[in-house]
Design a protein around this ligand. Structure first.
Ligand SMILES: *Cc1c(COP(=O)(O)O)cnc(C)c1O
Length: 356
């Protein structure tokens, strides 16, 4: 399959396993991993990542959208699947049919879901300071109201940490809320608050699940290994004389007799256009080739003047390693003025995904 691909993602199963084990060692007592496989597992491919995790004994996942949960079920992923984001209550039948757990973020939303008349498992989102989704942690009556929705089974409650400086305080608020609910006779069952940063920096905050995304994919800590490589082919190599220009707006001009390789990947595949004109590079034959001119939708030109072996049909590494050289998602993110999560989650559907 790789032989025939235009541009593709390689998933390093050994790296994924390494990260799972490294993160499991850091888990607080009683806590298990709940990989975040939303946004196509941050571009890695939700089905292959969930499948590999399942083989490693992981039995809970979280996604952002109903369609993402359904896709996992249709590909045989068992266990708990928590939808972290909004689902139209009219879709209650699908939540029920595919045994998906829905996050409820207000009592009004819970009641609307309840009115659909389908038995549905829910986790209550509690806002402990991020002020994005969830019921305010002091609003105990509103939280308790969810337990009285007869079609909803409250299987969990969670919060999301938003800043390192707030983590301890958010933890305090969250556990205080859980304790007060217990005093009133409500048991939220599974409670959770850690994502990748939380697990790495504040494991003492505990909980029943760690909802890890970024760390699972090998980003954010030197002890973790990147799981994804992104590769493309050389469609053509051409020679330019000194002074000749290439690409849209002729943004590349040869300062010397030059060789330009055209790679089969572009911003339509998720490669940021901000890598244009030397901002980014690709690896060919273990050497760095800077981007020449503007990144196009389907192609990117790189300068291979100093890589005489470069020829049509070659493979180029756009993200990943070649010998001692590497291009990390963090490096590309820096060049593009964003964070690795955005770079990875935008990697397109047009890319093949292969587990090695
Ligand atoms: C995306 C997300 C996560 C995973 O975050 P990482 O920082 O990638 O580990 C966890 N919880 C919620 C609510 C999220 O939206």
């Amino acid at each position: 399959m790789i032989e025939q691909s235009r541009a593709w993602i390689e998933i390093d199963r050994a790296a994924l396993q390494h990260n799972v084990q490294a993160l499991q060692k850091r888990l607080p007592p009683g806590c298990v991993l709940m990989p975040a496989v939303k946004a196509n597992a941050y571009g890695h491919g939700a089905v292959p990542i969930a499948r590999e995790c399942q083989k490693m004994g992981i039995g809970a996942f979280c996604v952002a959208a109903l369609a993402e949960g359904i896709e996992l079920r249709q590909h045989g992923i068992a266990g708990d699947i928590l939808i972290l984001g909004w689902t139209d209550p009219q879709q209650a039948a699908l939540l029920h049919q595919y045994r998906l757990t829905q996050t409820v973020v207000t009592l009004a939303y819970a009641r609307e879901l309840n009115r659909q008349g389908k038995p549905i498992e829910v986790h209550i989102k509690i806002d402990t300071g991020m002020h994005r989704l969830g019921i305010h942690w002091k609003d105990l009556d509103e939280i308790a109201g969810v337990f009285h929705c007869e079609n909803l089974r409250v299987a969990g409650a969670f919060t999301h940490l938003c800043a390192d400086s707030m983590a301890k305080e958010q933890g305090r608020r969250f556990y205080q809320t859980a304790a007060r609910l217990k005093e009133r006779g409500y048991s939220p069952q599974k409670i959770h608050l850690l994502a990748s940063d939380g697990l790495i920096d504040h494991p003492e905050l505990g909980g029943d699940y760690a909802r890890v995304g970024l760390a699972l994919y090998g980003i954010g800590s030197p002890e973790l290994q990147p799981v994804l490589s992104l590769k493309a082919r050389v469609a053509q190599v051409r020679e330019l004389s000194e002074g000749e220009s290439a690409g849209y707006e002729l943004q590349f001009t040869a300062q010397r007799p030059s060789r330009i390789a055209v790679l089969t990947i572009g911003y339509g595949d998720g490669l940021p256009r901000a890598l244009s004109c030397g901002g980014g590079r690709a690896l060919l034959h273990g050497r760095k080739a800077p981007v020449a001119g503007l990144v196009c939708m389907d192609q990117t030109m790189v300068d291979v003047t100093e890589i005489p072996q470069a020829s049509q049909g070659d493979t180029a590494v756009v993200l990943g390693r070649w010998g001692d050289l590497k291009i990390s998602a963090a490096e590309v993110a820096r060049q593009a003025g964003t964070i690795p999560n955005e770079i990875l989650s935008r990697l397109g559907q047009r890319l093949d995904r292969i587990v090695l």
